[in-house]
Design a protein around this ligand. Structure first.
Ligand code: CP
Ligand code: NVA
Length: 303
């Protein structure tokens, strides 16, 4: 593993190894508290963040490393200097770059020019750290990930893409239910479906909520992602039938609710479900740190 730009770049063995390592680090934090001693990790943010910023910063500290936060006030990438020069300069001091960018191509450019590993902490196309944390969370609730039936309901977006790749790696069953015109990217879907088939799983797309009957968990995300200028009033009526509410949880029989957060309560999910007993949202948030620490240990641990 040289970088983590997308879950699709992992082999199935690497995917399961990361989930296992994350659980081991979570259970035995003291054994890992010097793994990144003397190493500095630069975290770049073009977009706001709570969970990602704090889980990386605190997580790196728990591994004995040093996190350096750079926002975009101190020279936006590609403006004060090129993305390539950003990557080359950071590489002379730091041991790793974690980047949250608008365009996925910016992360690819950082990786192409950096001499150190690059981790994608959200782009317009993917959110791999989230997907790994979500599957760590599912692995704590289900003994065999390949038997899990996961549903994603709402806007087909960066989170959906990474969840589809994670589901494909795990060989589980995934149903993606979106309003017409809001499905995940077709090429990414085809690729994820091919990986799923190879691993004995399946990814089914539909506009029909009836396909959700019998799923184990329902996942949703905001209808409008960061960087998308769509106005809520233009899409709310189309998305409202896809809101995750208690009625949907009850009729489908889903045991768990999942959301990467932040949520827009009473839009994609009701407060009752988001804050209810079936909700795994805080488990997911906690597991961001453990999943990311496994990624960092894998990328930097042997230095
Ligand atoms: N889920 C997630 O990435 O949250 P933040 O945007 O707060 O980092
Ligand atoms: N799809 C959302 C996820 C936020 C963590 C976004 O990109 O804004």
């Amino acid at each position: 593993m040289e970088n983590l730009l997308s879950i699709k770049d992992l082999t199935q063995a690497q995917f399961f190894e990361l989930i296992e390592l994350a659980q081991t680090i979570k259970n035995n934090p003291k054994d890992y508290n010097q793994v990144l001693a003397g190493q500095s990790i630069v975290t770049i943010y073009e977009k706001p963040s709570l969970r990602t910023r704090l889980s990386f910063d605190i997580g790196i500290n728990k591994l004995g490393g040093h996190a350096v936060y750079i926002d975009q006030q101190n020279g936006a990438m590609g403006k004060r200097e090129s993305v390539a020069d950003f990557a080359k300069n950071i590489s002379v001091w730091a041991d790793c770059i974690v980047a949250r960018t608008f365009a996925h191509s910016t992360i690819e450019e950082l990786a192409a020019n950096a001499k150190v590993p690059v981790v994608n902490s959200l782009s317009d196309l993917y959110h791999p750290c989230q997907g790994m944390a979500d599957f760590l969370t599912l692995s704590e609730k289900f003994d065999d990930l390949s038997k899990v039936s996961l549903a994603y309901v709402g806007d087909g977006n960066n989170v959906t893409h990474s969840l589809m790749y994670a589901a494909a790696q795990a060989g589980c069953t995934m149903k993606v239910v979106c309003p017409k015109g809001h499905f995940p990217d077709a090429e990414i879907t085809n690729e994820a479906q091919a990986i799923a088939t190879k691993n004995g799983g399946s990814i089914e797309l539909s506009t029909d909520l009836a396909v959700l009957n019998g799923v184990d968990a329902i996942y949703t995300d905001t209808w409008i992602s960061m960087g998308d200028s769509t106005k809520l009033e233009d899409i709310a009526a189309k998305f409202m039938p896809y809101q995750v509410n208690q009625q949907l949880m009850d009729t489908t029989g889903a045991k768990y609710f999942m959301h990467c957060a932040p949520a827009h309560l009473e839009e994609e999910v009701t407060a009752q479900v988001f804050n209810g007993e079936q909700s795994l949202v805080l488990n997911q948030a906690e597991n961001r740190m453990h999943a990311q620490n496994a990624i960092l240990v894998k990328l930097l641990g042997n230095k």
